[in-house]
Design a protein. Structure first.
Length: 398
């Protein structure tokens, strides 16, 4: 059946990862796919995860199905991360949370649910955004449009243009927002700017959908949820897709959640009923292991404290690599102002490197960067930072 069908193109990011694995250059560096790497260049299993897995393995008595929405303890702990332990959203019971297979799964489940009740809606994404956002929501049946976000000339947020676009989005449309550590730019809103965006959402009546894949990778758990807090304070309906791939290192366990926040507990119960129906026809119920690991860590005080320390270490290493990259490029006299890299947050940065330079780095130095110049700072180490800076200097002088 496939003889007359043209092969689909490789995924822009995971295809790059495949090419990296096939590269035999011993100096190769992967700055593409968004996974955290330690100073040894490995994606580690956190010690708190190992400890939680040991507890789960020793106490496990069944492999029976989880409920459609997942483990209830997991949902409770996810909400505490999103809103804070004593948040009014939790005490009033106006949030419904379901365990989804990763942040991507949460986005898709949310898209399918919204399509059921808002079939004529359009999904608005930031310019730029994570490439898979487009595929997820077009496959769910939505047309897409863009709102202004990143100014390439200033390498900063163009908040004035963003506000102007958000003011023109009609009621009932869906606005996809990056809660923190914007992918691919690394440029985030301030708490005041989030409050302004939330106020616009209330005024205009569009539906906020926050993608929260990197909590704790920006400034910390509380600071990184400023966008969530801003919308929660308004009392409007909104969606949150959260992922625990990065901050728990659970990449291959596909551990995420979809949380629907409503004005009342009664509304949240209705939302959950339709959320379960949506999940049932996609994957029936979620995989258990990753969610149980997260729940065990967050509900066990000493494991939670250990996780916070490991999370801080990951965050601080990425920040140190940002500084090292800027200092290395400056020391080599590379033309351009790279100072914005140190003010961005999370794993990613728009480096300002042209596609021509990106292609040259891959072809001549086995340094893999996503088209558009997005760099995963976690791929840098003290062992390879000099090689990368030397290569960029050589590429930009050609």
């Amino acid at each position: 059946m496939w003889q007359n069908i043209v092969a689909a193109p490789a995924d822009s990011i995971f295809g790059l990862n495949d090419a990296f694995r096939a590269d035999i250059n011993p100096q190769k560096v992967n700055l593409g796919v968004g996974v955290y790497k330690d100073e040894a260049g490995k994606t580690p299993i956190l010690a708190c995860v190992k400890a939680a897995e040991k507890i789960l393995l020793e106490g496990e008595s069944t492999k029976s199905y989880l409920p459609i929405s997942g483990d209830p303890v997991y949902a409770t702990e996810v909400q505490k991360l999103l809103f804070g332990d004593t948040s009014e959203v939790i005490t009033s019971g106006r949030a419904a949370t379901a365990h989804a297979p990763g942040g991507t799964g949460a986005l898709r489940v949310g898209g399918d649910l919204l399509k059921k009740f808002y079939p004529a809606a359009k999904v608005w994404i930031s310019n730029p955004t994570w490439s898979n956002h487009k595929g997820v929501f077009t496959t769910a049946g939505f047309p897409l449009a863009e709102y202004a976000y990143y100014n390439a000339s200033t390498r900063a947020l163009d908040f004035q243009a963003m506000v102007a676009d958000l003011m023109n989005i009609p009621a009932g449309d869906i606005v996809l927002l990056h809660a923190c550590c914007h992918n691919p730019s690394g440029v985030d809103l301030t708490a005041d700017e989030w409050r302004k965006v939330a106020a616009i959402g209330v005024e205009k009546g569009w539906i906020p959908f926050l993608d929260f894949a990197y909590q704790g990778f920006g400034e910390g758990l509380e600071s990184d949820r400023a966008g969530i807090a801003a919308f929660a304070a308004t009392g409007v309906d909104f969606f949150i897709a959260s992922s625990y791939s990065k901050n728990f290192g659970l990449y291959n366990e596909r551990t995420g959640a979809l949380t629907i926040v409503s004005p009342t507990a009664a509304d949240a119960a209705v939302a959950m009923s339709h959320l379960k129906i949506t999940i049932r026809v996609i994957y029936s119920n979620p995989p258990a292991h990753g969610g149980l690991v997260v729940a065990a860590i967050l509900s066990t005080p000493h494991l939670r404290e250990q996780w916070l320390q490991e999370l801080a270490a990951m965050r601080n290493r990425i920040k140190a690599m940002r500084v090292a990259l800027v200092e290395g490029l400056t020391a080599r006299g590379v033309k351009g102002d790279f100072s914005s890299i140190t003010s961005q947050r999370g794993m990613f940065s728009f480096s300002g490197l042209s596609d021509e330079v990106v292609q040259w780095l891959r072809a001549n130095k086995s340094i893999y960067v996503v088209a558009g110049g997005r760099i995963n700072l976690a791929g840098l180490t003290e062992a390879n930072i000099g090689y990368v800076c030397d290569a960029i200097a050589e590429a930009t002088e050609r």
